[in-house]
Design a protein around this ligand. Structure first.
Ligand code: A1D88
Length: 288
């Protein structure tokens, strides 16, 4: 229980802290390395806060196990339509835990499929917003890129400094980053280990919005709340269709999109959405 009140969440108000406390008592599990809460209207947003502040939220194995377990729980929760992952004001996450991997061998990595369990974030059916304050380095930058939307606080810094440790990114840094910021900037970041700030990340296209540091999480929750008000069924299809754009040719992607569009006509929510428009009322989606 004491983990709920660490310095890592100093940006949350006292009221928010006690609300989190009572909610965590009323259902969601407590974890060693993360704090999980339901926030927003009707508790429709799942908030996962990485919580190893002394290690700048370095992504140790146990932390990622916690994240995966929380994703499973929040995905099963029919009342939750969208998730937010955040850290604290100093660090979203300073990368994979260097102390944990320092003495690993190739055989350890290959036979244990090291980092294999990280990929579940990008396969989650519900949309995830990364709310990034402070350092998002190495695996931290990769974790943000596994999410569907990235919002940055004004103090955010993104980087892939693995080259300085004699290794390379291992969770998408050389694959997603060039798709988001273009080859030249990605290559420079990966080969030098230099970081980019929030403004550069915005103009290069890595993040969609920047907010003052203290407002970032609330703004991410607001967007998540808006997404949660739509049909969860159709949101999942829309997410799948956008993601297709990164996995296939334009022609194949367009074909996929059209088929999914046609498929929405088999749903009650599509009928409800269009009927509500014609009747000039708010749609009442039932996720079917
Ligand atoms: C597939 C993925 C691979 C990877 O992700 S590889 C890792 C890539 N990331 C990095 O290389 C970043 C490593 N961290 C840093 O360079 C620095 O930190 C910062 C620039 C982020 C911040 O510097 P400052 O403000 O001076 O803090 P501090 O004293 O270095 O860190 C505070 C405590 O946090 C621990 N820590 C920081 N990053 C990591 C990490 N990635 N793994 C394990 N521990 C980390 C430190 O050691 C220290 O702890 P203590 O006070 O006990 O010495």
């Amino acid at each position: 229980m004491s983990a709920l009140f660490t310095t890592g969440r100093a940006f949350l108000s006292r009221a928010a802290k006690s609300a989190a406390f009572s909610r965590s008592l009323s259902g969601l599990p407590t974890y060693e390395n993360i704090i999980v809460e339901k926030r927003g209207k009707n508790d429709s947003v799942g908030l996962i806060q990485l919580n190893r502040p002394k290690a700048l939220n370095a992504l140790c194995d146990a932390l990622f196990d916690d994240v995966n377990d929380a994703l499973d729980k929040l995905s099963e929760d029919k009342g939750v339509g969208c998730l937010v992952i955040t850290g604290n004001e100093k660090a979203f996450a300073a990368g994979a835990d260097i102390k944990e991997m320092q003495n690993k061998t190739f055989v350890d990595c290959a036979s244990g499929n090291f980092l294999g369990h990280w990929g579940r974030v990008s396969k989650n059916r519900k949309p995830i917003i990364a709310a990034v304050n402070g350092f998002a380095l190495g695996g931290g930058c990769e974790l943000a890129m596994m999410c569907d939307i990235i919002y940055a606080g004004e103090n955010a810094h993104f980087g892939q400094p693995e080259i300085l440790l004699g290794t390379i990114p291992g969770a998408g840094g050389t694959q997603r980053l060039p798709r988001y910021v273009g080859k030249s900037l990605a290559m420079e970041m990966v080969l030098t280990g230099n970081r980019i700030n929030a403004q550069t990340a915005l103009s290069a296209g890595l993040v969609s919005k920047i907010f003052p540091t203290g407002r970032l999480v609330d703004e991410a929750i607001k967007t998540a709340e808006t997404i949660s008000q739509n049909s969860q069924l159709i949101v999942a299809l829309a997410k799948e269709s956008v993601n297709k754009a990164y996995e296939t040719t334009l022609a194949e992607g367009n074909e996929f999109e059209k088929k999914i569009f046609h498929a929405t006509f088999a749903t009650a929510d599509r009928k409800e959405g269009m009927t509500a428009f014609v009747e000039k009322r708010k749609a009442d989606f039932k996720n079917n």
